[in-house]
Design a protein around this ligand. Structure first.
Ligand code: FMN
Ligand code: SF4
Length: 514
């Protein structure tokens, strides 16, 4: 009898030796004359268990992890192919509380399926959303997205349905669907994991968007640092063309949708949508002045949807299960679920998908298990390098766009980076300004000059020079950058700096003059 074994091909698992583990399993099986089907899946997102090897048994998929290549002969000797006991055995993976308590909608298939197999995708509810969409009018599809309450997951949380409606209403022949897969925020990896673990979800989401607004061409703008996602996406796109889910007759509907992946060249600012469009057009990644909005005049001057990977990857489940189903998750104006990413100084780092409303504390301690060092968590930065620092006294805040905004923070792309009580917050503030100076596109003065001057001011504070006067100057500079910058890079850099000043002022004042 053939035994099926899963070993992830996800970049995080590969960096921990999943490739060597897969080779060792194939070699050992061949030496023992065992008929083994080895599937390279995406990661389930529990990074501390990677490489997580799963064996299909009559009771379900039994997990072993973290597995090293050297463990493989012992696993065979212990009869792991029948789900036997072993020091690395984790039991039925779906029953581990860390997985069982999650609400995976966008990530429902990640880690479960063979990422580039259309047959496996279809067997796990894939292409049900597109099937439904093809039976609807364009207005009905857009209305379903509006009704679902889906908001852009790239950072700005703009209602996706409104963006789609604007593009639908433009009376031009050529429109584009672009997917922002630049994922430049520190501590974020959900886009990468979906593209590596379930790329067809993104392909299907983009196809639905194309059918909805009348666009026949899509581009995925992928950051250069994601070679594994590049390979997975291209394999998935090729498979979708072969199975006629892409091309000039999508699912026999007579409708066309073509899709290509384009690699970026590694600039944080190219994640900003207008800069991304410039880069897609082959130009230097520099911000465009708005208006006009990309929905009216975007790629090559045509109406264009720019959506994040998570946004487009969530569209299929909304069309398949219905707007009401999706909307029933979440709270307030934050509807649905969010794949949150836990990184930094955390014991159990990884991806947790939960409905909006879960508290930051639950995330950090119930899922994350506290800091990796075992020391108290002093602060977390939520929403990337331009997100605010949240102190431990505010960890009961709900993960929801409005709740975070009410404490001066933002959710961004859902990345949570954890710091213990040894962190120096004056240095973290300096880092934010230094990052901005390095990544600034240079188009506007508050960001281009302000970030460099900001680093100089903090250096004086760090040196204990005229601390109070320089603190005032830093606050004034933050206000100028906040009010005067042309885009979010300069405009949001003040968030980490101001939040560090507000909650951890003692770190700026305790400097000795030298
Ligand atoms: C400096 C900067 C960097 C950004 N980086 C990203 C990114 O890497 N990925 C992304 O989807 N959105 C990023 N955004 C947000 C995009 O401008 C845009 O709002 C988003 O792609 C729209 O898609 P959504 O509505 O699905 O979120 C960035 C914005 C700024 C100001
Ligand atoms: S804020 Fe910075 S990145 Fe944005 S347009 Fe101005 S200089 Fe460019």
């Amino acid at each position: 009898m053939t035994v099926t074994v899963y070993v992830p091909r996800d970049a995080s698992a590969l960096s921990l030796g999943a490739g060597e583990v897969a080779d060792a399993i194939a070699k050992e099986a061949s030496a023992r004359g065992i008929d083994l089907r080895l599937i390279r899946n995406g990661s389930r997102g529990a990074f501390w268990l990677e490489p997580l090897v799963e064996v299909v048994t009559p009771k379900g998929r039994v997990g072993y992890g973290p597995v090293a290549a050297a463990d493989v002969p012992g696993l065979f000797a212990a009869d792991f192919l029948n789900g036997a006991q072993h020091p690395l055995a984790l039991g039925i993976v779906d029953e581990i509380p860390w997985f069982a308590t999650q609400q995976r909608l966008t990530f429902a298939r990640v880690g479960i399926v063979d990422p580039t197999s259309v047959a496996d995708y279809v067997a796990n509810n894939g292409y049900q959303g597109l099937r439904r969409a093809l039976a609807m009018t364009q207005q009905e599809i857009v209305q379903a997205i509006l009704d679902s309450g889906l908001r852009g997951r790239g950072g700005a949380a703009f209602p996706t349905g409104i963006k789609w409606k604007t593009v639908l209403e433009q009376p031009t022949d050529q429109k584009y669907i672009t997917c922002n897969a630049d994922e430049g925020d520190s501590g974020t990896f959900s886009d990468r994991m979906l593209m590596e673990g379930d790329p067809l979800a993104l392909v299907e989401g983009m196809t639905i968007a194309g059918i909805a607004v009348g666009a026949t061409q899509g581009y995925i703008y992928l950051r250069a640092e994601y070679p594994h996602a590049y390979r997975a996406l291209n394999e998935a796109i090729q498979a979708a063309y072969q199975a006629r889910y892409l091309g000039n007759d999508v699912m026999g509907s007579g409708k066309r949708f073509d899709l290509e992946v384009r690699m970026g060249a590694g600039a944080y600012v190219c994640g900003e949508e207008t800069s991304m469009l410039e880069s897609l057009e082959g130009k230097r990644g520099e911000i465009r002045v708005r208006p006009p909005l990309p929905a009216i005049k975007g790629l090559f001057g045509q109406p264009t949807i720019v959506n994040n990977v998570m946004t487009l990857g969530t569209v299929p489940v909304i069309l398949h299960r219905g707007a009401e189903f999706y909307k029933n998750f979440g709270q307030g104006k934050s509807r649905g679920t969010l794949p949150l990413q836990l990184a930094g100084n955390i014991k159990r780092g990884g991806l947790v998908e939960r409905a909006f409303g879960v508290s930051l504390r639950e995330l950090l301690y119930d899922y994350g298990g506290g800091s990796a060092t075992g020391r108290p968590i002093r602060t977390v930065q939520v929403g990337g390098p331009l997100g605010a620092y949240i102190p431990a006294s505010q960890f009961d805040v709900a993960i929801d766009y409005e709740a975070l905004a009410s404490i001066g923070a933002l959710l961004g792309h859902g990345g949570v980076v954890v710091f213990d009580d040894t962190v120096d917050m004056a240095r973290m503030a300096r880092y934010a300004l230094e990052f901005c100076a390095l990544e600034s596109c240079g188009k506007c003065t508050p960001c281009r000059i302000g970030s460099t001057r900001g680093v100089e001011v903090i250096d004086r504070i760090l040196g204990g020079v005229e601390t109070e006067r320089n603190l005032r100057q830093l606050e004034e500079l933050c206000e100028v950058m906040l009010q005067g910058s042309l885009c979010g890079l300069g405009g949001m850099t003040p968030f980490p700096v101001s939040s560090a000043l507000k909650h951890f002022r003692e770190d700026f004042r305790s400097r000795t003059r030298h």
